[in-house]
Design a binder for this molecule. Structure first.
Ligand code: FES
Ligand code: ZN
Length: 314
């Protein structure tokens, strides 16, 4: 098979576009998609400062690389969540990339900074690791972006992620989530930084091809806590549909944005946002969930010290 652009030997076939590219022309296709998404969805402007959320996985590493390559003012941000060897290996990948590409990066270590790892805390307060992890990550990315004066937070969500989220929301008719699902989550409060997903039209496979063709190192394994997540099942189902009918994922997502989302707009009532009484970050209640978690951790620590003291007095 030959590359559609240069007619050299093709290295990747994109069934949904019924087209094939050599690695060089694929890079051009990929970068055109990202440029178009950024521009068409008004994600950010050329001079804006972008905080890119990096996990060490293929999608976020591809995003970091392409935004740097396109000349955007980009800083990576990595959070070490204390998920055993997975976190250490992914931090290594991120640090190596940052050094090799002279790319600034902000690294946070939850255990060192706050005294708990995500899995240990999840066990302690009986919450699912993934939901706790999501709360903490959302809080920190926004806080770091806001404190650092960034204009947008960019994440590596791809077409498969977005289509799976949409399928999940449709299956349970989550009107509010359907109304808000978008490649751009605008800032609705001076302390909330805009969130953007420049890779939302590119598949996991295309991101994988991009990192491989560019020799970008990435962590191959998924977070061990992702196993059994419903999003994985939704992705498998969508992949089956895609095999039978190429382009299904893209049609499902883009036609939802074009034709479907408007029917849910009435469900996106603006939520009243407050500033957390402890840290000042945006929350829908009086104290944000991050500070509530920290208070819980402190209380647990104090209780265990008291218990030790009781034992000592006996
Ligand atoms: Fe958050 Fe896996 S990355 S629990
Ligand atoms: Zn707070």
């Amino acid at each position: 098979m030959l590359c559609r652009r240069c007619k050299e030997k093709a290295e990747i076939y994109l069934k949904r576009h019924n087209t094939a590219f050599c690695s060089n022309c694929f890079r051009i296709y990929y970068s055109e998609q990202v440029k178009r998404n950024v521009k068409r969805e008004k994600m950010f402007k050329p001079k804006d400062r972008i905080l890119v959320v990096v996990s060490g996985g293929k999608d976020s590493m591809a995003l970091w690389h392409i935004l740097l390559k396109l000349g955007y003012n980009v800083t990576g941000m990595y959070i070490n969540l204390g998920i055993s060897a997975y976190s250490d290996r992914s931090q290594e990948v991120v640090e190596k990339f940052s050094q090799a590409n002279n790319a600034p990066v902000i690294i946070k270590n939850i255990e060192k900074e706050y005294g708990f790892s995500i899995p240990a805390l999840a066990r302690e307060i009986r919450r699912s690791t993934c939901s706790l992890c999501g709360t903490i990550k959302r809080y920190l990315f926004n806080k770091v972006a806001q404190d650092g004066g960034f204009d947008a937070v960019a994440t590596g969500h791809n077409l498969d992620d977005e289509a799976a989220t949409l399928l999940g929301n449709v299956l349970s008719w989550q009107e509010g989530y359907l109304a808000r699902q978008s490649p751009v989550l605008p800032s609705t409060h001076p302390k909330l930084v805009k969130k953007v997903k420049p890779l939302f039209t590119l598949t996991e496979r295309e991101n994988l091809a991009y990192v491989l063709f560019n020799g970008i190192e990435f962590i191959h394994e998924e977070c061990p806590h992702a196993l059994g997540a419903s999003s994985i099942l939704y992705k498998e189902i969508l992949n089956k549909l895609e095999d039978e009918s190429p382009g299904t994922k893209q049609r499902f997502l883009t036609n939802f944005y074009k034709k479907g989302r408007k029917f849910f707009e009435k469900y996106s009532e603006p939520v009243k946002l407050n500033e957390c009484k402890i840290c000042g970050q945006v929350t829908t209640s009086e104290i944000c969930s991050f500070c509530r978690i920290r208070l819980m951790v402190e209380k647990k620590k104090a209780d265990s010290i008291l218990q030790e003291g009781d034992g000592f007095n006996l």
